[in-house]
Structure formats: C-alpha cells, structure tokens
Design a protein around this ligand. Structure first.
Ligand SMILES: Nc1ncnc2c1ncn2[C@@H]1O[C@H](COP(=O)(O)OP(=O)(O)OP(=O)(O)O)[C@@H](O)[C@H]1O
Length: 655
C-alpha cells in the first residue's frame, strides 16, 4: 500500500506562479490515486477552462479569514503600510526644497543652518521609512504563519468530517489538492494586495499632486505609459492559472507515478518486475506535456512584454520632451525637474503596483475559489440523528441494495438476512461478489441505496452513524499500519482510553500478539519504517496488532474482513478458536476465503454478483450440494491431493 498523504504547498506569487507549472514528483506530495490504469492516460493539452469564475463573496470571506487568523498582525501591517505610502511624496517634496535651496545658496541667499534643517527632515523620513518597513515585514511574516496554520486546520477539519463516500471520488482528490496548494500565500496575498491598493492610491494622489504642478499633460502621459505592461502581466497571469488548473489531474497522475518509485512498500515489486524505466518514461511524458504548455506561455508573454515596454518608453520620451521644453523656457526650477525625473519612476511603479494589485487580487481570488470549493463540499454529519445507546442484539438486512456513487451498476441487490447476538455470520463469495460492501453498509460508512438495515428492530438511519459505529469494532482487509507506538496502534480504537495500558495488554493477549514482549521498548516501541527508530513488523504481526485494536474496543458487533489472510496456519487456528470463545456475547461478521475458517460460523451467506444465492449452516449448505458445497470441496480436494501426492525424489528435510 502506498501511504502517501498531503502536505501544504506554497501558492507561488500572485502574478505568475510559474514555479508550479512543471510541478510533479519530487516536490509535491500528492494524494494516492484511486482507480485503475485507465486513469493513467497521457497528459492532456491545455485548453480554455470554462470553470474560471469569480465569486464576489470570496473577497469578503478571504479578508475575514485573514483577520481571524491574527487581528493584531493584520492591524500592524495595515497601519505601517498605509503610513509608509505617504512617504514617497514627502521625500520628493523635501528633495525638491533641498535642491532649490542649494540653487539659491549658490547665489548666497541661504544659510548653512537652513540647509542642515532640510537635510535633517530628509534623514528623519528615511529613518521613519525603515522603522515602518521593519514592523511591516515582521507583521507580514507572523500573519502568514498564523494564516497557514488556520487554513490548514480548516482543510483538515473539513477532510475529517467528509464521508468515506467522498473519498471514493477522484474529483474530491483534485479539489483537496487544489485547496492545499492555496494554503501558502493566496489568502495573505489578497489581504496584502488590498492594503497595497489603498496605499497606492495614497501615494498616487500625493505624488500626482506634486507632478500635476509641472503641467496638465505630464501626469496623464506617465499614467498611460504604465498600462501596457500591466495589461500583459494580467493577461498571462490568468492564462497561467487556467493552465495550472487544467493540469491538476495530470499532476496527480505524475506524482502517483513518482510515488511508485519512492514507495518503501512497493520497492520489492517494482524491482522484481523491473518496470522502473516504464514508470520513469511515463513520469517524464507528463513533465514534457507540462513543459510544452509552459514554453508556449513564456514565449508569448515575452513577446507581448517587449511590445509593452516599447510603447511605454515612447510615452515617457514624449513626456520628457514636453517638460524639457518648459525647462528651456525657464519655467521650472531644478527642484521641479527633480520631482519630474524621480516622480516618473514613482508614479510608474505605483500605477503598475496598483493595477498588478488589482489583477493579483483577481487571480488570487480565483485560486481561493478552489479552496472555498473544497470547503463547501457537502459534509456528512456523523452525529446527525438519535444517539444509539446500549449493545446491538440483532441486525437485519431487508432487501438491501447498493450502487457506488458515480457508477451505473448495483453491486448489491435485495440482500436479506438476520443475525443475532451470540451468532457468527460468515460471508462467502468470489472476488467482487459484494462482501466488503455489505460490511461498509453494516458499519454505516455508506447508506444503502435500496432497502433498509434494522438494528434491534429499529431503522438504522434514525441513529447517528457515529453512535452506531461506537458499538462496532472491525478489522479491515486493508487494515491500518500506523507509524506510531504499539500502545497507540491498539488504543487508537478508543482514544478516550489511550493511556489504558492494562486494556492494551489484554487485547494484545487475546489477539495472540505475544511478540510485542520481545520488542525493545515493549508497548512503547515505535513501529514502521517511516520514522527514525521505527521497528518494522511482518504482515502477520501487523495483522495481529490490528486484531488487538479490534478487541480493545468494547463493542457488541465484531467484523472480521479477511482476518487471517496474513496469518500462518497455527495463528489462524488459534485466532479462530479464540474468536469462537470470545464472540458469544456479541454478533460476529466474518469474511473469509478459507473454508476452514468459514465453517466455524453459525450461519453462512453465499453471495454471487451482489445477490444472496445460498444461506444456512455449514452442514446445511453441504447437504444442499450447491455453490458452497462445490467451493468447499474444491478447497478441501486441494488439501487432500497435496496429502496424497507422492514426495518427489530427493525432497524432504536436508540433513
Ligand atoms: N469504491 C468503489 N466504487 C465503485 N465500485 C466499487 C467500489 N468498491 C467496490 N466496488 C465494486 O463493488 C463490487 C463489490 O466489491 P466488494 O469489495 O464488496 O467485493 P468483495 O466480495 O469484498 O471482494 P473481495 O473478495 O475481492 O474482497 C465489485 O464489483 C467492485 O468492483
């Protein structure tokens, strides 16, 4: 099993985010890809994404998110940033006064003290500027950190509340990944850019007022010169966003291919079958697809960018020519000219900052839509309904049918059975017959699409899934191997009793996991290979620990989905014997392909293609001589023929 998870990733800058375009393994840890090889289709070419829409409410929601993450730092950032916005005009003005005074000093009209006073004001402004930016960047850093934590927390809370059903859906994974990608900088980007916009207005108005005194046409020309560059940046920013959005699915596939090469559990199979070159070439194929799309955008952006700067240079040239005309006529002072020269850069920088800020907000809000899209996915409230209290004595399936979401085939049809306290019911059937699906319905991970399930005669849907699940304990076919201590691996079944050492020891005893005593730190031994100092267990040892987890929870329904698959023959025998003894007070469900195990059940149900075809005790089903009997004899004859087969010459124990 590839146990990959999700890590929050940076969102990239507001304008480009180009760094993400060729994303893939390594670099991003992606969720495990569900589904068969048909999902591993070749990369798609980017095309217009009709789904790019802005939701006006998102701006408010984003700002609320930022404010809640840290009101203090948001406030400090806003105040320092806005105060700092007035400084450029103040600097320009003091600079102009200083230059004019220097010019007058040349004619002997100004004292040294007057010049020093102006210099002191200028130095004071510089010191104020650095003080403000020090506070501003500290506030930004801390706000970013708080925000990252707050958004990650919201995503994890959301994921924790989502139904198992949602996790079966590849679209949910795409949304989850997109959401995680936005954790880094997007919400912060929106807030900072908005504050920046207000600051830019302050700067523009104040600097513009100074420049406007030089002539009515100067300011409009400078403003106009800023527009082409901003237009190019905005246009390609949106294109970039569309490209990344379109690539989300393919990036997941690519990362999945990469994860196969770096998985500790799969390395044996990958080496043995030697399909590393195949995986690498598929991985690279995706990269090349992304690369082609990136190159196309970069090339076009460069061409348009060059054109934009040409237009801008022409307009600035025109403004300069006009102002020089006035200088030649002796209509402006040296100080005025310095306001023009320094003001051009200031206005251009501020205008493009303003418009880029606008388009940055727009683009960041598009990314934020992904995050909100994920957060708005429907939840399944596991606590909705009456609270189930007390043990479950009977379970009845009444005409239960089921179809997985987004599929068009019923995998269960009209399933009827009743099982009572003290009984063990076994589900038998070939692969894909629907056994595990019955367990998923029984444990309320999914709800039937037809029929109903009764618990103690009451419709299960009346009760909250979580309260019903508390009465159930299970070992799944693909049980968890938690990279935690032995104690945690068992006690996690009931987190309220995480410290219950005696309970864990008892469960370990019942599961026959005596090997735990030989581990270096006993119950405190960390398991698994993921982290330093972890101790790896064998498949059977892990399974016994999962059994202990099942026993640890004091439940009235026990579900064993292939409980003995990884156990050796003796372990299987002991487990099933123990089970017979321990399950008397409970309802036991058992799924197994081993008839030596199945025959121990009181009642056996045979499933074929999602339909119950036979039901009864082992003896009854044998007497019936149907499918069960056929399968049973088939397995039994395998053992018999093994026993009857003569040993080949030279076989046997070596001396
Ligand atoms: N998440 C899913 N989405 C769509 N179809 C599914 C999903 N899980 C299982 N199925 C389909 O439902 C059918 C029953 O699957 P189920 O896992 O219940 O079989 P099973 O009897 O437990 O098989 P096995 O013995 O192999 O464990 C199969 O055809 C399977 O392809």
């Amino acid at each position: 099993m590839v146990r990959t998870g999700l890590t929050p990733g940076g969102g990239g800058g507001s304008e480009s985010g180009d760094d993400e375009a060729c994303g893939g393994w390594p670099g991003r840890v992606e969720p495990e890809l569900r589904g068969g090889p048909d999902q591993l289709r070749p990369p798609r070419e980017a095309k217009a994404d009709p789904g790019v829409k802005l939701n006006p409410g998102d701006l408010l929601e984003t700002l609320r998110m930022v404010w809640r993450a840290s009101p203090r730092h948001t406030l400090v950032y806003a105040v320092t940033s806005l105060t700092g916005s007035a400084l450029p005009a103040a600097n320009l003005y003091v600079g102009k006064l200083l230059l004019d005074e220097v010019a007058r000093a040349a004619q002997g009209n100004v004292t040294y003290a007057a010049l020093l006073t102006l210099l002191a004001v200028q130095v004071g402004l510089t010191v104020l500027g650095s003080l403000l930016s020090t506070f501003q960047s500290a506030a930004q850093q801390l706000l970013g950190d708080s925000l990252q934590h707050a958004v990650s927390r919201r995503i994890l809370d959301k994921a924790a509340g989502m139904s198992v059903e949602s996790f079966e859906n590849a679209d949910t994974y795409d949304k989850l990944q997109q959401a995680y990608r936005e954790v880094g900088t997007r919400p912060l980007g929106v807030a900072l850019q908005l504050i920046g916009l207000i600051g830019a207005v302050v700067t523009l108005v104040s600097v513009g007022a100074l420049i406007a005194q030089l002539g009515v046409w100067v300011l409009p020309l400078i403003l106009l010169a800023s527009l082409p560059g901003v237009w190019v940046s905005n246009r390609f920013g949106v294109e970039n966003y569309r490209m990344l959005r379109w690539q989300t699915h393919d990036a997941r596939v690519q990362n999945y291919l990469g994860s196969l090469l770096t998985s500790d559990t799969l390395v044996k199979e990958v080496r043995l079958f030697g399909f590393e070159p195949y995986l690498l070439s598929r991985w690279r194929e995706y990269y090349l697809g992304f690369r082609r799309q990136l190159e196309d955008i970069v090339r076009r952006r460069a061409a348009w960018g060059f054109g934009a700067s040409l237009v801008s240079a022409l307009l600035i040239g025109l403004a300069s020519a006009l102002i020089l005309r006035r200088a030649a006529d002796g209509m402006i002072s040296v100080g005025d000219f310095s306001v023009f020269i320094l003001g051009i850069a200031q206005v251009q920088g501020t205008v493009s900052g303003f418009l880029n800020g606008l388009s940055g907000i727009y683009q960041n809000l598009l990314y934020m839509r992904n995050l909100f899209g994920f957060l708005e996915l429907p939840d399944r409230d596991l606590d909705a309904g009456e609270v189930w209290k007390g043990p479950i004595h009977t379970i009845e399936f009444e005409g239960v049918g089921f179809r997985y979401p987004l599929t068009d085939r019923d995998v269960l049809n009209g399933v009827n059975f009743t099982v009572r306290r003290g009984q063990a019911l076994a589900l038998v059937g070939e692969n894909g017959a629907g056994k595990t699906t019955i367990v998923k319905l029984l444990t309320r991970l999914f709800e039937p699409t037809a029929g109903r399930i009764l618990l103690n005669g009451l419709d299960a849907t009346r009760f909250s899934p979580r309260s019903v699940q508390r009465e159930m304990s299970i070992i799944f076919q693909d049980f968890g191997q938690y990279q935690m201590t032995v104690q945690d691996n068992v006690a996690i079944a009931e987190v309220a009793r995480l410290e219950d050492v005696a309970g864990v020891e008892q469960a370990i005893g019942r599961a026959g996991a005596a090997y735990v005593d030989t581990l270096p730190e006993g119950l405190g031994t960390r398991l698994g290979r993921l982290f330093q100092g972890g101790r790896q267990l064998s498949g059977g040892q892990w399974q016994r620990l999962a059994l202990a987890r099942l026993y640890f929870r004091d439940a009235s329904v026990l579900v064993f989905d292939e409980p003995t698959a990884a156990l050796d023959a003796r372990a299987e025998f002991e487990t099933m014997e123990a089970l017979r003894g321990q399950a008397r007070e409970r309802i036991t469900f058992l799924i197994s392909h081993r008839f030596s195990t199945v025959r121990l059940a009181d009642f056996i149900i045979v499933l074929e293609g999602g339909v119950v075809t036979e039901a009864g005790s082992h003896a009854e089903l044998l007497a019936r001589d149907g499918k069960y009997a056929a399968l049973y004899h088939l397995q039994a004859s395998g053992y018999a023929s093994d026993a009857a087969r003569p040993e080949p010459a030279g076989a046997g124990p070596k001396p």
